[in-house]
Structure formats: C-alpha cells, structure tokens
Design a protein around this ligand. Structure first.
Ligand code: VTB
Length: 331
C-alpha cells in the first residue's frame, strides 16, 4: 500500500476518533458492554468508508462470538486495492472507560497483507523500551540486569527509572524484584499497549514496560514501537497443550523470543490511536456544548513521522452513523 499510505493514514485517525467519541459517552457508567459496543460500532461504520481492501487479523474475536470486527472480516471500500491486514482494539482498556480510569485508548494498525502476526488471545511475557534503550534489553536476562542496562542507556540511575507493570497477582515476584532494585513502578489496571508506547515518548515519564499481558496487544504495541524506533521482546507465557498447538498453526515457536519484526513485519505499517480517557500518552475525549475534542497519535513506519492530532468535532455535523443507525434510518 506504499503509494496510498499518505492518504489513508488520516482516515485511520477518523476511525479511532469515531470509536473514542462513541465509547467516551459511557465513561464511568459501569457498563463495559456498552463501552465496547459503542466503540466497535463506530469503528466499523467509519472503516466502511476507508478506501482499503482490508482483512481483520486481530479483532474482537471469532465470527460466531463477535458480531463485528471479527477475525477474517473484510473491511473498507477499496475492493480493487492491494490487500492489507488490519489489527484493531476499539477499546484498549474497556474496564478503564467503564470506571472512568485513565489510559484507555482506541487503536488500529494497518500493514501489507501477511505482515501482522495473527495471534489469538494468548498471554505473552513482554519487555518494551524506547529508542535510546533499543538494543540493550533481553527478555531472558534477570530483571536487575535489564534495569541496569536501560538506566545506563538513558543516562540515569536505576532509582530514576519508571517501570510500567500491569497490576496482576501474577506479577507479585516481578514487582518485588523491581522494588528491590530501587526503580519506581507505575501499576496500571489495564492498557499495556499505551504503557508500551509511552516508553518511546520521553515526555510521558515512562521508561520500561515489563510483565505478562495479551498477545494481540503485543502486535499493536509492536507496530507503534516500530514507527517510534523502540524495542519490544515477547514470549508466549503459561501455554498449555492447546495453546501450544494453536501457536504451531501460526508458525509460532512457543519457546522463542519474538521481536517487533516477528509481530509486525515490513515497512507498510500505519498506527493510529485516540485517547478515550486521559493518559500519559493521549488526553481523553472532552465534551462541550455541541462539540467534542479528541487527541490522537498517527504514525507510519516508512517515514517515521509522528503526528499528534487534536480535533474539534462539531457534533451537529457528524455524519458517520453506525450500521444499526443507518438501518434504522432506512426503515
Ligand atoms: C493486558 C491489557 C489489556 O488485557 O494486555 C491484559 O493491556 C492482559 O490480560 O487492557 P488480563 O486482563 O487477563 O491480565 C487487558 O486488560 C484487556 O484487554
């Protein structure tokens, strides 16, 4: 999609903006399904207008379990264009939105067909850093060693580092280890995609992401970190026989360390995300009288341009409706 990347990248911002605008309406209302449904609906409606020939490789689940944006679903209006892989997470951090907590984003990745690893909902052990610490980390090395080399690469002391870790019982030992080294920890309830990306943007104050999270989220983070010149290493975690068999189907060696290139290949990578709730990476949606403001990031690998887009939406002129609304209008 090389020749068309420049044009369609802004379309992808529209896609995540729409999902965020819709999901944010449900902030703090305690209804996770409503958050997800609103975002999926909005994302789907907007994707219909983008001139791509896309196939969802990472989405909301299998066809029978997810009504929209399911794996294998065709998206976009450009049937004659070259095929592209699409990975989506309409709401990365559904619980965060439902509870009005920070760091929820809506995100999408596009790449040439066959370039995104179609991982199902496995768990993966992860370590992510920004460009300055790239080339120094090693997922197999002790935590202490990784902290030491990252601190050195950033010209800091270990006690100056901020490590993002998902707040989960499975991370008890990891957290103890990081604490014993003297580094600072930022525990997050959900949202390790935003956490991984934050490592590559110095103004976020985040230096490393460590711990076990979702594999689809690893692919999204890999695409973003590739555009930002960061590094991500992952490995399948806690895999039972069934998971290992599924891993084989996508040629994934359960014991090997995967890098960004294994998760998101090639140069045709476009990444877009919009903040739903406020976070280090992006501000959340703000509503005014008849308008809403969104904050997004959009990047592409080939040129490594990183754009932050602040958009003021006049809600009176919002024309994109969900399929459901369109169907109702046609009646
Ligand atoms: C993380 C986090 C996501 O899943 O990947 C996590 O970034 C991993 O799974 O926001 P568990 O919640 O089971 O630990 C999410 O929390 C939800 O997709």
């Amino acid at each position: 999609m090389e020749d068309r990347e420049r044009e369609i990248m802004l379309d992808f911002v529209r896609v995540t903006e729409t999902a965020a605008l819709r999901a944010a309406r449900f902030m703090g209302r305690g209804d996770r399904d409503a958050v997800d449904q609103a975002a999926v609906d909005g994302m789907r409606g907007m994707l219909d207008l983008v001139n791509i020939n896309g196939t969802v490789v990472i989405g909301e689940g299998e066809k029978d379990r997810a009504p929209m944006l399911y794996i294998g679903e065709q998206v976009g209006s450009g049937k004659d264009n070259d095929p592209v892989d699409i990975a989506v997470d309409p709401v990365e951090g559904t619980r965060l939105v439902a509870c009005g907590l920070p760091n929820a984003i809506s995100t999408i990745v596009a790449a040439d067909s066959g370039c995104l690893l179609p991982v199902p909902g496995f768990y993966m052990e992860k370590i992510a850093v920004g460009p300055q610490a790239r080339g120094y980390i090693d997922l197999e090395a002790p935590v202490r060693e990784n902290l030491r080399v990252v601190a050195a690469a950033l010209g800091k002391k270990v006690r100056d580092l901020t490590v993002v870790v998902l707040d989960r019982p499975r991370h008890k030992e990891l957290i103890e280890e990081i604490r014993s080294c003297g580094a600072r920890i930022k525990l997050i309830l959900d949202g390790d995609v935003a956490g991984a990306i934050a490592t590559a943007l110095p103004e976020t104050g985040v230096d490393i992401l460590m711990g076990i999270g979702g594999a689809p989220e690893a692919v999204l983070a890999a695409a973003a970190l590739k555009c930002l010149g960061g590094e991500l290493q992952v490995k399948l975690w806690g895999a039972d026989q069934e998971t290992k068999a599924k891993a084989k189907e996508i040629n994934l060696d359960p014991d090997s360390i995967l890098t960004i290139e294994d998760l998101a290949k090639g140069e045709s990578i476009i990444f877009a995300a919009t903040g739903i709730t406020d976070g280090e990476l992006l501000r959340g949606v703000r509503y005014g009288s008849g308008w809403a403001k969104t904050h997004s990031i959009v990047m592409r690998e080939r040129t490594k341009t990183v754009r932050f887009v602040e958009t003021i939406h006049n809600l009176k002129y919002k024309t994109v409706r969900s399929r459901k609304e369109m169907a109702e209008l046609e009646v």
